[in-house]
Design a protein. Structure first.
Lengths: 367, 126
C-alpha cells in the first residue's frame, strides 16, 4: 500500500523533518532541533503539531442520533451542551477498547476525533451499529492542526479572533480567510492549546502564518514525551482491545449518570469492574536513577514474581528523568510502592508514582 | 596518538601505546537524536571485538554500543553517564566511552580510516 501524506508534507520537508511511517502515513518524528528542544519549546512557548492523520468523523443528526450514540458511548450525551467535548471510548461487549476518542456536540450532530490507526475500523463499526439512518463522513478533505503551549492562545487569537474565549474541552466554528474552521480548546501535551480543523488546501498557509507569529513545528517524538509526562494514554500502548477503561484508570471519563442503568456497549463489564475492582490497573512509574524502561519491560515484586508490564517509557525532558506507564496487579498500584524493572537481564528499582508526571495548565472559566 | 579509525557499528577508536580509546561517531549521534542514558562496561572486565560494551538510549530507542577491538577495560567516562547530553555535544572528543588495554593491535588493521568511514556513513544513511 502506498504511504499516505498529509497536506503539510512539503512544509515538513522544507523544515528538515525526519520522517517515520505512522499508521500508514509519512509523519515527522522530529525536525532539526531534536525531540528535547521541541518538547521544551512546547512547554515554554508554542508548538505546532500536524495531526491530520487522525480521523475527523462527522455524524449528522438530531435527538434520535444522540439516543443511538448513548447506546454506544458511556456518556450523558443528552445533557452535553452544544460545542462541548468529552473524552470517551469505542468498546466491544467485554468493554475492550477499540479506540479512544474525543466527541464534540455540534449544531449539525457530532464530530468525533479518532486515532489514525483505528479510524477506518471505527468507521466500519459505527456504520454497522448506526445503520444508514444518519449521514456519516470520515472527512479526508480536512487537515487537523494542534497548537500547544502557553503562547498558543495569543498566537492563534491573532489569526482567528475569539478563540481566547473558548474554555478547555469546548469548541466552535470560526471564520478566517473566507473559510469555516472548527476550533476546540484541547490537546495532548498537558498544556493549554487548540486543535484546528481546516480544509486541506488552506492548511499549509495557515501553519506558515502560525510559524511567522512565533510558533514552531513539533514532531511525533516530542508529542510522545509530552503526552507521557502529562500521563495521557496512547492507543496501542496503554489502551487496546484487551484493556477496559476501568483497568486503564480512566473511570473519570465514564459519565456517572450512565453507571446506574448501563445500556451502553460494554456496560455490564464496566459496572462489574467498578464494583469489584479490576485485577490490573494502569499506573505511573519512575525508575530510580537514569535508567529508561521501554514498552514490554517486565515488572517484578521483591519475591521475583512478575506483577505487570510497562506500556510506554521514555526520558521526560521537563521532569528531567526517566518516566513510564504500565499495568500492575492492583495490590501493587499504591503510590510509592517499590517495584523492580527487568532491563537487559538485570532488575532495577523503581517506584509507583502519581500521574501526571508534569502538572497541567488547562484554562477554565474564561467565560 | 594513532590515526582515528572507525567501525561499521559507528564507533571511533584511537590508540596510544597499547591503550585504545573508544567512542561513538558524530554520525551515530545524529542518527540517534538526543541521548538521555549511557551505560558503560565495568572497569576490569574483558570485552571481545564486535561484542556489546555498553548501551546508549535516545528519547526514541535504546542502542547497543559495540567494541571494535578486544581488550581489558581500564577506564570509563563517568561524565557521560552523569550527563548523557555531553555525547551529543562532543561525541568524537571529550565524550569518549571507555579505554581498553589491547592484546592484539592487528585488530586495528581491518577498521576504516576517516575517508572510508565518511563514505560508508553517507551510503548507510541513504
Amino acid at each position: 500500500m502506498e504511504i499516505k501524506k498529509t497536506s503539510l508534507n512539503k512544509l515538513h520537508q522544507s523544515n528538515n523533518a525526519k520522517f517515520v511511517e505512522f499508521a500508514g502515513y509519512e509523519m515527522p518524528i522530529q525536525y532539526s532541533k531534536g525531540i528535547i528542544e521541541e518538547h521544551k519549546f512546547t512547554r515554554s512557548h508554542s508548538g505546532i503539531f500536524d495531526v491530520s492523520h487522525m480521523g475527523q468523523l462527522f455524524i449528522y443528526g438530531d435527538q434520535s442520533l444522540t439516543k443511538e450514540l448513548e447506546e454506544i458511548f458511556p456518556l450523558d450525551l443528552k445533557n452535553l451542551k452544544q460545542n462541548c467535548s468529552k473524552y470517551s471510548f469505542l468498546m466491544n461487549e467485554d468493554a475492550g477498547i477499540y479506540d479512544d476518542l474525543i466527541i464534540t456536540k455540534i449544531e449539525e450532530g457530532y464530530l468525533i476525533i479518532l486515532n489514525a490507526a483505528c479510524k477506518d475500523k471505527d468507521f466500519e463499526i459505527l456504520s454497522n451499529l448506526l445503520g444508514s439512518k444518519f449521514k456519516m463522513n470520515l472527512d479526508n478533505n480536512r487537515s487537523l492542526i494542534a497548537i500547544q503551549g502557553p503562547k498558543s492562545v495569543e498566537i492563534l487569537n491573532s489569526i482567528i479572533n475569539g478563540v481566547d474565549k473558548l474554555n478547555f474541552m469546548t469548541g466552535n466554528w470560526f471564520d478566517s480567510d473566507n473559510q469555516k474552521l472548527f476550533v476546540t480548546r484541547s490537546g495532548y501535551t498537558g498544556e493549554d492549546g487548540f486543535e484546528i480543523s481546516i480544509s486541506n488546501d488552506k492548511a499549509e498557509k495557515f501553519v506558515e502564518n502560525l510559524i511567522e507569529k512565533g510558533a514552531q513545528l513539533i514532531g511525533l517524538g516530542a508529542r510522545d514525551t509530552l503526552r507521557l509526562e502529562a500521563g495521557l494514554c496512547l492507543y496501542g500502548h496503554e489502551l487496546d482491545i484487551n484493556k477496559t477503561p476501568v483497568e486503564a484508570n480512566l473511570r473519570w471519563a465514564i459519565s456517572k449518570s450512565r453507571l446506574s442503568n448501563g445500556g451502553f456497549i460494554g456496560s455490564k463489564k464496566i459496572m462489574n469492574q467498578m464494583q469489584d475492582g479490576a485485577s490490573q490497573i494502569r499506573v505511573g512509574i519512575k525508575p530510580e536513577g537514569r535508567l529508561i524502561a521501554r514498552e514490554k519491560t517486565k515488572i517484578f515484586d521483591d519475591t521475583d514474581t512478575q506483577i505487570g508490564e510497562i506500556t510506554s517509557g521514555t526520558f521526560g525532558p521537563s521532569v528531567n528523568g526517566p518516566i513510564a506507564m504500565g499495568y500492575v496487579d492492583k495490590k501493587f498500584s499504591k503510590v510509592d510502592t517499590k517495584i523492580l524493572l527487568e532491563v537487559r537481564g538485570k532488575k532495577h528499582p523503581a517506584n509507583i508514582c502519581a500521574l501526571p508526571f508534569y502538572k497541567k495548565n488547562y484554562v477554565k472559566g474564561v467565560n | 596518538m594513532s590515526e582515528v579509525k572507525f567501525s561499521k557499528e559507528h564507533e571511533w577508536i584511537t590508540l596510544e601505546g597499547d591503550v585504545a580509546t573508544v567512542g561513538i561517531t558524530k554520525h551515530a549521534t545524529e542518527m540517534l537524536g538526543d541521548i538521555v542514558f549511557a551505560e558503560l562496561p565495568e572497569k576490569g572486565s574483558n570485552v571481545e571485538k564486535d561484542g556489546t560494551a555498553g548501551v546508549v538510549e535516545s528519547t526514541k530507542a535504546a542502542s547497543d554500543v559495540y567494541t571494535p577491538v578486544s581488550g581489558e577495560v581500564v577506564d570509563t567516562n563517568q561524565a557521560i553517564v552523569d550527563d548523557p547530553s555531553k555525547i551529543n555535544e562532543d561525541p568524537e572528543g571529550s565524550a569518549w566511552f571507555f579505554k581498553l588495554k589491547m592484546k592484539d593491535q592487528s585488530e586495528m588493521d581491518s577498521l576504516m580510516n576517516k575517508e572510508e568511514y565518511d563514505k560508508f556513513a553517507k551510503e548507510s544513511a541513504s
